[in-house]
Ligand binder design. Structure first.
Ligand code: LLP
Length: 424
């Protein structure tokens, strides 16, 4: 469920016509709906009512400070993977004790910053990271609460580029070697190994791989406890998918997911951490673009729009499907044409949709690329010296630019021409 709907022939974000924002901000831009963010968070959190569960929004999916602040007000914590994301979470008002730090390659300065901030938990992914964290914590007279990320060797049945739980993936500590690493953790100063962490992938549309992984985690916790480790926390990562195609590919509801979690690990009486990203932000954002040209090829029709792969890379990188809606609602009699919807970037891989039935569209018409709230703006780049797309947040009748489009002067000022190239 989201709050982007047609009213009187125009696509609205909550109570604001997208065309009004486009007229003021220009295209392309990302637009998020506060009510949708809040609803998704509330549905997810509500599913876990009655379990000892805490939600850490995965900041990598959408790290705009205003988006984080919207969810923080509902009590969300944050799952971060860099010092930058940690600083964003803190700046958005998420207290350090509600932040977990994940990621396979945390650097010393990042671990030190997180230690000094006093975060809730470090999700550690290797022995060298554990040893570095131990050295940094003990040098500061601190104890780091640690969960070791286990690689359960489970196929998440999602796109290969976002599956993380197989033995060949770089993530986590091998399921087989984990007990030895917990033994190492016990002997290291400054480390309290209190938890087990797992994350097998993103955009999962069935519960079975989750359940298989979580049951392996449960077995691991039982074994570790038998070996004398005081394991009181389980972090289950994120990964619950969203319906990109509408009602015919509906992933499990959070209620079903939460019931499965209880089934798989409830008997262990651990504090459960959850790291949803896409579920909260995905359908809460759209990318609005304008048609530049229509172009007829030999065997296909191209719709050249002003958003491109540098703004939303998901179709190019993961063959992802994003629904596209014209901002002006098509009439019943308008008919449909099949378009390749492409951007101006000089790459054949620059497309947003292929062979997509849409009503006839013309230069200047606005389209909304749906379900772009997660892994959209955060994965944008300035390729082809295209300014990063601005972001807008709608809240009922109100809206605000929550990240400005940089000017060309801003962009060029980041580069420096060294002295030997400057005429004296
Ligand atoms: N926790 C960890 C440790 C993760 O690595 C991720 C996502 C999450 C939580 C959140 O997963 P979610 O609930 O959003 O599925 N750029 C890709 C997705 C990459 C996901 C990376 N990790 C895409 O656009 O599909």
């Amino acid at each position: 469920m989201h709050h982007f709907t047609y009213r009187d022939g125009a696509l609205y974000a909550e109570d604001v016509p997208l065309a009004e924002i486009a007229a003021s901000v220009g295209t392309p831009f990302y637009c998020y709906s506060s009510a949708t963010l809040e609803r998704h968070y509330t549905v997810f959190a509500g599913a876990f009512r009655g379990q000892k569960a805490q939600i850490f929004f995965s900041v990598k999916s959408n790290s705009n400070l205003a988006v984080l602040a919207t969810i923080a007000r509902l009590g969300a914590g944050a799952d971060v993977v860099s010092e930058g994301e940690l600083r964003r979470a803190l700046a958005a008002g998420i207290p350090a004790e509600r932040i977990v730090f994940s990621g396979v390659g945390k650097k010393a300065h990042e671990l030190a910053f997180a230690l000094e901030a006093g975060i809730h938990q470090f999700n550690v992914e290797s022995e060298p990271e554990l040893e570095l964290l131990s050295a940094l914590a003990s040098a500061r007279g601190l104890e780091a609460a640690v969960a070791l990320r286990i690689n359960p060797d489970v196929d998440a049945l999602t796109h290969a580029k976002i599956a993380t739980g197989k033995a060949e993936n770089k993530f986590g500590i091998s399921w087989k070697r984990a007990p030895a690493v917990y033994a190492l953790a016990r002997d290291l100063p400054g480390i309290q190994a209190v938890g087990v962490d797992v994350h097998i992938g993103s955009q999962l549309t069935s519960l079975a791989p989750f359940e298989e992984a979580f049951r392996r985690v449960a077995t691991m916790v039982e074994r570790l406890r038998a070996e004398g480790h005081a394991i009181s926390r389980i972090d289950l990562g994120g990964g619950l998918g969203i319906p990109y195609r509408g009602d015919n590919d509906v992933p499990p509801h959070p209620d079903e997911y939460a019931a499965m979690v209880r089934r798989a690990i409830g008997h262990l009486d651990c504090e459960v951490s959850l790291e949803p990203g896409r579920f909260i932000a995905g359908n809460a954002g759209v990318l609005v673009a304008s048609v530049i040209y229509e172009k007829q090829g030999d065997d296909r029709r191209f719709l050249i729009v002003d958003a491109a792969m540098n703004d939303l890379i998901r179709p190019t990188l993961y063959e992802a499907y994003h629904h596209i809606l014209p901002v002006a609602e098509p009439g019943a009699a308008s008919g449909e044409l099949r378009y390749d919807v492409v951007g101006p970037v000089c790459e054949t891989g620059d497309y947003l949709a292929k062979d997509r039935p849409l009503p006839p569209l013309h230069s200047g018409d606005l389209i909304a690329i749906m379900s772009a709230g997660a892994y959209g703006a955060v994965q944008a780049s300035g390729y082809n010296t295209r300014p990063l797309v601005p972001e807008v947040l709608v809240h009922g009748h109100e809206w605000a630019v929550i990240r400005e489009r940089p000017s060309y002067d801003d962009i060029l000022a980041l580069d420096k021409i060294p002295g030997w190239l400057t005429p004296s």
